[in-house]
Each structure stands twice: as structure tokens, then as C-alpha cells.
Design a binder for this molecule. Structure first.
Ligand code: ADP
Ligand code: ZN
Length: 737
């Protein structure tokens, strides 16, 4: 096949028509008809501005004739066509596909595909702001921060200046008006440099080479395929998929690498730069608006050859996608739980199919869904058996806390774990203690009357954060100062923290090892990506002896001197026992364990548990992942649970328990009656109250081949739910809270 002129194929064909359907980025499923004014050419994919009620909205011309019942004379005209690359047909099909699958309105999905409306206008000349020397008439602390920042003489756009100084845009505007800041023209942003496929390709081991060749061949085939790249942590999976990225670059096509947001750190970027000589285009929630606009536009114009991003990067307007990589494909953060509820790994496969390119799913602990797809022959398998450079996998020891726990209930480290930390520190090596709990203590209790501090808006205990001396809800953000006296009985000085969080563990460690250099890494002790990067750098430079962290430490980091990992509470994820509790705990602990001994020095992992006989702990201790996966799959098969059956949840919520319960019961009465389909509930959700809203759940279980969407659609049509009650549809649920 000749090199396909993908851009030309994507270019919309203009036909002179008098009316056009326009889909708007609003929670609407239908496209509205508009009149095409004389002299304007539009075709599906074009971005257009149209009137809606009293305002102007930007939408996309969609295929479909619209509603002929509306007389042409009554249609309002399209106001203008925007000077932006048209939305490609594969992306329009993705919007429709995701909407149909998740039951979200098409407009809500379209909104994700046009998340930067500013990028649809041609880039304006940019103005930077610098200090003008004149002091402002009134110097507030916010103004002082802006001027201190501007003092370095580097011109910044107003939005970036406000953001970096942590002030509102009005503060910057005020300073400009007062003459304390002055505008200077900025050069247009430089496009992304093309990564160089051959910049510094490492010599691959024979296993890595054959894996890389296999993936490169798939990229060259220019057809849809899905491959699982499976291999232990440290096997060189990143190097191998870099080879696939290089193949896409060599073919002149774009590549997208998806990573969990938390893993999008500097270490990954540094490796990319080392390999390709330049940075990829980034896409994540931390970007400034100016950068988003720049990246979005560069992607649409085919000037961003490689994008690395979080799940929302899936909806970027690539004109010529040649490869999608989903790293850590098992990671739960790929499931978006708000708004349009979708799974980015699954939708990445859909996008690859629509773009006719390969998808590569990467993991040391693949999801059972993916494993089942490999076993059924739908996905290909590419396996790296060993760690690179002969590094061995860490030895895992399970500590039975029933027999060898700490001597009292105010300490959390078992004697054997303490001894192991001491041995590592004495040997000049680094150690890490893992506890997946933020804050100081997960519960505060009055020792006099037994009162427990709960969130007023959620079914959740308040977590004590001693660094900020507050009690905090991890669901809604509610916070209050820790009082002296119990609010229930008035007794002072009897409030007691129960259980450990990372802050409390750090307290124990500091008391025990006063000379060790300690650091805590949790999402609320790390203020921004720069702070996270700094901590990772200090760890890599051996400026830290003992790192204590939540799951944020589990991701992707490579610390050659880290030889000991202690998991303080291996049972934490097993409680609650939803469908994937065992799978998720296994994946997380395996990943944490994989941080140890990634270089010459062998690693050790100690797991503290009260259930050493649990299959997850047996599997971690024996290292027999495949057996664990086989047993889990068998269990799921026996109960016709995913991936051998289908689930869909309805979450009914609103203010007022009574009306929510009634709506849930009405839904239950209208539940589908069909062979093999079962509806569980209605029942109050485990999080029965969230942000002040009462919540009930229903769960539909259907055979694997069932058309879940058809069942759900018909079900929802049978019930009239009051406007004050919201029904969220979650197809393939991962959260059961
Ligand atoms: P994984 O992604 O499977 O966990 P990585 O790709 O992170 O593994 O590799 C682990 C470490 O080994 C990294 O520091 C990486 O740079 C190094 N490495 C892997 N393969 C090679 C190779 N062929 N040549 C040199 N270094 C390699
Ligand atoms: Zn709350």
C-alpha cells in the first residue's frame, strides 16, 4: 500500500448544502440544524459558531440530515466557520462510540474532544508582562508576589504570571493599569521539535529486541492490533515501547503514550529526552491554559509527533495517529468516575481501531480483562521474562502480625521489619515504608464517651492531619480544626487518634531512627509536580535514607540504592472486598515491591499482614503471579463476573434520602426481565451520603454477550425520575462505593 495521504483523506469534502447539523459541546444528544448562509462552505468536522438561545456557541458540523420537519425558513444561520483544522472522521466516530457505550449524551463526549475552545481561534500575537519599575499606589501581599516574580525580567503571559504568583487575574490586570507592569511582544511559541527516532537507541537484549521488532512491525503494518507488553518491573518495557514510538516517528506518524497522571513525572520525561533528544508534547491537568492551547493546536496541525498524557489525551485531535501506548494499563486511574464515566484503556483500543493503528498495553501486572483477551486470542502477547541487566526480583517475606507484631498498640512496625530497616541503613542503602493512608490517623475517638468524628456531608470518618492540625474528609474536602474538648460530651483532653497514617508512621520512624534522613511522600504533602520531582531527585541522589509514602511512591520510579521495601499494612486494600479487591491489592503491592533492588544490589520486601493465608499474600510471597491470575480468573468465571459477564451500575443520588430511595425503588420495579439478566438492589451505597447527597445503587449483571446498552436504555426509558434526582450510569463499574 502506498503511504496513505492521511491528511488529505481526512480533509472534509465541502458540498454546497442549505442546511447543516451541528453537534454542540453541551449535555445534549441531538445535533441541531442550522442554515448555511450564502457563500459559506461547510462539511462534517468543521468547527462553526452558531446561535443558541441568546448566546453564541461553537460546535462541530456533524453528519446526518437533521430534522426535515423544521422548515428551512425557520432555521437560524451559522454565524461563522472557524479557522481551525476540522475534526477528523475517526475522532467524530470516537465521540459517537464513547457516547453510545457509556450512554452519555454525544454533546458531553464532544466537549471532551474540544476541551480547549481557545485553540480553535488562530493564535493571537502574544504579549508578555514585565515589571515597569513604577511602584503601584497600593502594595497588597498579592501585588507584591506578582512584582517579586516579575523582577526577574522574564516576560510572562498574564495568565501564567497570575498562576505562578498564585493570584487572581484581576491582580495582574490592576498592576498593568497602574503602570507597574508593562506589556512586551512575545515571539510566537516554538513548535515541538521532532523527537529523533535514532537519537540514542540503547542496545537491546535479545528478548527486548525481538519484542521491539514485533511492535515495530505492527506499527509498520498500519492496521489495527492490540498487544499486551507483559514483563516484570525493570524488564525494560519502557525501552521496548520506545522502539515502537521510534517506528511511528520513522514512518512520519504521530504516537500517543498514556500514563496514569501520578506517573507523569520528570523521571519519565528525562528518559524520553535521553532516548529521543527532545521532550514530547505533554497533556495533563497541570498545564497552563497557554500551553494547553499550544499543544492542542500543534496536535491538530500534526506538529506534535509524540504526545504523553493522562487519560484525557485520548480525545486530542490527532490527524495521523500511528500508535497508542497505554502504560500501566491495569491502573485504576484510567477509569474516569465523574461526568462521562469511561475507561481510557478500553477507549484507547477503540480509538486505535478507528485510526487503524496498533495499541500496546503495558504492565507487569495486567488486568484480568486484558489477560482474558489474550487468552481468547483477541490481543497478542509480547512477553519479557527477566529484569534487565541480570537484576533479580526482590525476595518477599510475609510477617504474620498475629505472632510477631509490634509489642503495643501505639507502634506499627514489627521487630523483623525494624531490624531490616536498620540493616539497610547501616549498609548505606535506602529503605521505603509503604502505607496507603494519608494523614496522621484515619479516625479520632473520644475516650470518655466514645464519640467518633464523622463528616457532616459524607458517610466517612474525618482523618486527622497533624501537619495542618485539622480533621479532614477525604471525599468532599470538609475540614475543621481539631478541638480541645469532645463536642458530644464536653470532656477535654480525651480525644485519641486511632490507627496510623503516613504522618504517624513517620513519627514512629523519626523516634526510632533520629539520625536517618526521612521524607514523607503523599498527595497532600507534595504541593505540586515540582515538589514531587524534587523529592524523587533527592531520593535518587541518596539525600534521603528512609522514604515513607502512600501509593504515590509505587509508580514507576527507579531508585538504584533502594533495597528494602516494608509494607506496613498489606491488608488495607482487601477490606470491603469488592470484585477487584484482591486483583487491585496484588497489583499495587507487586508494584511497590518492584521498587526494591532494581540495580546491582538485591532487594528485599517485607509485608505485614494479619491474613498471611490470603491468596494475594501467598502469591506475593511465592512470586507465582500466573497462578494467582489463573485462580482469580477461575473464580470470576465460576460467578460469571467480569471479564466473563457484564456489569453496569446505576447510581441514584439527590438531596433528601426519601426521594432518592423512592426513585431507586421505582427503577428496581422497572428492572429488565430477561434470561440471564439479574438486578441487585436497590440498596444504600456504601458511601450513602456524599457531598450532602443521599446515594442508592442498583447493579445489573448480564451474560458476556448481552447488549448492556440496549437493556439500560430501555430500562431508563420506562422510569420517570424526578428532576431533583440524578441517575448516573456506570458501564463496567470499577468503583462500588
Ligand atoms: P520496566 O518499564 O519494564 O519497569 P524499564 O524500561 O524502566 O523497565 O527498565 C529498567 C531499567 O533498566 C531502566 O533504568 C532502564 O534504563 C534500564 N534498561 C532496560 N533495558 C535496557 C537496555 N537495553 N540497555 C540499557 N539499559 C536498559
Ligand atoms: Zn465529606
Amino acid at each position: 500500500m502506498a503511504a496513505s495521504p492521511a491528511n488529505a483523506a481526512n480533509a472534509p469534502v465541502c458540498v454546497r448544502a442549505s442546511r447543516a447539523s451541528v453537534l454542540l459541546p453541551l449535555p445534549l444528544d441531538v445535533a441541531y440544524d442550522y442554515r448555511v448562509p450564502e457563500g459559506m462552505d461547510v462539511a462534517p468536522g468543521h468547527f462553526v459558531e452558531v446561535p443558541l438561545g441568546g448566546r453564541a456557541v461553537i460546535g462541530v458540523v456533524w453528519e446526518g440530515a437533521g430534522d426535515p420537519a423544521v422548515a428551512e425558513a425557520r432555521l437560524r444561520p451559522i454565524a461563522r466557520r472557524l479557522d481551525a483544522p476540522a475534526m477528523t472522521a475517526p475522532l467524530r466516530r470516537l465521540v459517537e462510540w464513547v457516547a453510545a457505550y457509556t450512554l452519555a449524551p454525544r454533546g458531553s463526549v464532544l466537549r471532551m474532544a474540544m476541551s480547549v475552545p481557545e485553540a480553535l481561534e488562530p493564535p493571537r500575537p502574544r504579549t508578555g508582562l514585565i515589571a515597569a519599575g513604577t511602584p503601584p499606589p497600593r502594595l497588597t501581599p498579592a501585588r507584591a508576589r506578582v512584582l517579586a516574580l516579575a523582577a526577574d525580567g522574564v516576560p510572562r503571559e498574564a495568565m501564567d504570571l497570575a498562576r505562578e504568583a498564585a493570584v487572581g487575574p484581576a491582580v495582574v490586570r490592576g498592576l498593568l493599569q497602574a503602570g507597574a507592569l508593562a506589556g512586551v511582544p512575545l515571539p510566537a511559541r516554538v513548535p515541538f521539535r521532532a523527537p529523533d527516532a535514532g537519537h540514542a537507541a540503547p542496545a537491546l537484549s535479545p528478548d527486548q529486541q525481538s519484542a521491539a521488532d514485533g511492535l515495530a512491525a505492527k506499527v509498520g503494518a498500519r492496521t489495527f492490533s492490540v498487544t499486551l507488553l507483559d514483563g516484570v518491573t525493570g524488564a525494560g518495557k519502557t525501552e521496548v515501547y520506545f522502539a515502537a514510538v521510534a517506528a511511528a516517528l520513522a514512518a512520519g506518524r504521530q504516537a500517543l503514550v498514556l500514563l496514569p497522571e501520578i506517573a507523569l513525572g520528570t523521571q519519565w520525561l528525562e528518559r524520553f529526552v535521553a532516548r529521543f533528544g527532545t521532550e514530547p508534547a505533554p497533556w495533563n491537568s497541570e498545564l497552563t491554559m497557554a500551553t494547553r492551547r499550544h499543544v492542542w493546536r500543534a496536535v491538530a496541525e500534526g506538529r506534535a509527533p509524540v504526545v504523553v498524557g493522562a487519560r484525557s489525551a485520548l480525545f486530542l485531535p490527532f490527524p495521523d495517529l500511528g500508535l497508542i501506548v497505554v502504560d500501566e494499563e491495569h491502573d485504576a486511574s484510567y477509569k474516569q468516575e465523574e461526568g462521562v464515566i469511561y475507561h481510557a484503556r478500553d477507549m484507547a483500543v477503540v480509538r486505535a481501531r478507528l485510526a487503524a493503528c496498533p495499541a500496546v498495553l503495558v504492565s507487569a501486572t495486567p488486568s484480568l480483562e486484558t489477560v482474558a483477551n489474550v487468552q481468547d486470542g483477541r490481543y497478542a502477547l509480547c512477553h519479557l521474562p527477566d529484569r534487565h541487566g541480570g537484576a533479580s526480583l526482590p525476595a518477599v517475606t510475609v510477617l504474620d502480625m498475629r505472632r510477631e507484631g509490634p509489642p503495643d498498640r501505639r507502634h506499627w512496625l514489627a521487630p523483623r521489619l525494624i531490624a531490616a530497616v536498620e540493616a539497610a541503613l547501616a549498609g548505606g542503602e535506602q529503605a521505603m515504608l509503604f502505607l496507603n493512608r494519608r494523614g496522621y490517623a484515619p479516625l479520632t475517638l473520644c475516650r470518655h464517651c466514645g464519640h467518633r468524628f464523622a463528616c457532616p456531608n459524607c458517610t466517612a470518618w474525618l482523618v486527622e492531619h497533624r501537619l495542618t492540625s485539622r480533621l479532614q474528609c477525604h471525599h468532599c474536602g470538609f475540614a475543621m480544626p481539631l478541638p480541645e474538648a469532645c463536642p458530644a460530651c464536653g470532656t477535654a483532653g480525651r480525644l485519641a487518634p486511632c490507627g496510623p497514617g503516613v504522618e504517624r508512621l513517620a513519627e514512629e520512624a523519626a523516634a526510632r531512627w533520629p539520625r536517618a534522613r526521612l521524607a514523607v511522600m503523599a498527595s497532600d504533602t507534595i504541593e505540586n509536580p515540582r515538589a514531587a520531582a524534587d523529592l524523587v531527585r533527592r531520593m535518587a541522589a541518596r539525600e534521603i535514607d528512609l522514604l515513607i509514602g502512600t501509593q504515590i511512591v509505587a509508580k514507576g520510579h527507579h531508585f538504584p540504592w533502594l533495597t528494602l521495601v516494608g509494607v506496613v499494612d498489606a491488608d488495607l486494600g482487601l477490606a470491603g472486598g469488592d470484585l477487584r479487591a484482591a486483583e487491585r491489592t496484588y497489583q499495587l503491592l507487586h508494584q511497590v515491591a518492584g521498587r526494591a533492588g532494581r540495580a546491582e544490589r538485591p532487594g528485599r520486601v517485607l509485608l505485614q499482614t494479619y491474613v498471611p493465608e490470603h491468596p494475594v499474600l501467598l502469591a506475593l510471597a511465592s512470586g507465582d503471579r500466573d497462578r494467582f491470575v489463573a485462580e482469580e480468573l477461575e473464580e470470576r468465571r465460576r460467578h460469571a463476573m467480569p471479564p466473563f459477564g457484564r456489569l453496569a451500575a446505576l447510581i441514584v443520588s439527590g438531596v433528601g434520602e426519601e426521594r432518592v430511595r423512592r426513585a431507586a425503588q421505582a427503577l428496581a420495579r422497572a428492572a429488565p426481565v430477561e434470561e440471564g439478566v439479574q438486578v441487585l438492589g436497590p440498596a444504600p451505597a456504601p458511601l450513602a451520603l456524599l457531598r450532602g447527597r443521599a446515594r442508592w445503587r442498583l447493579l445489573m449483571k448480564a451474560p458476556r454477550g448481552a447488549n448492556v446498552q440496549r437493556l439500560l436504555r430501555a430500562w431508563l426509558e420506562r422510569v420517570k425520575v424526578p428532576a431533583a434526582v440524578r441517575v448516573q450510569v456506570d458501564v463496567d463499574p470499577y468503583s462500588f462505593l
